[in-house]
Design a protein around this ligand. Sequence first.
Ligand code: ZN
Length: 155
Amino acid sequence: MEPNYSEYSTTELEDALANIDKESFPDRVELLKVELASRQTSKKSSLNADSDDFEPNEQFFKCPTCEKKIGFFSKTANKWGKTKTCPHCNSPFETSVKLKALAIALIPAFVIQLFILRPVVVALGLHGAISTGIICGILSLLSMRYRKVRSTNVT
Ligand SMILES: [Zn+2]
């Protein structure tokens, strides 16, 4: 009867491959090699899922873990420091600035500031620089993302 190699552990497989009579059972050697190779790839992919394929789940003013909303003016959002704690599920998350989003928003924001905001601010009798400040604040707010903290970094 053919041994069922899929029930063997990886160590048992390696053992069997090392001790098998290769002359008498060439097909079993093949089976062992195939089984071992499949173990190695599945081991590799599970390792990748743990480390390299870390999914930060970037969210726009939402908790990256439970995906509940965190308000712009909530205590959590306005707390100082890079790492914050979700008020809903207590999971830590960090804020990051998405430079790509910032770059995309920069040109329309500049246009809005030049043709809409600045004239309004000036018409109100305020200094034009205030509109630049407002736009910068909105821009940094729009490009801000909350993402999961890599568990390996939490020590
Ligand atoms: Zn949460």
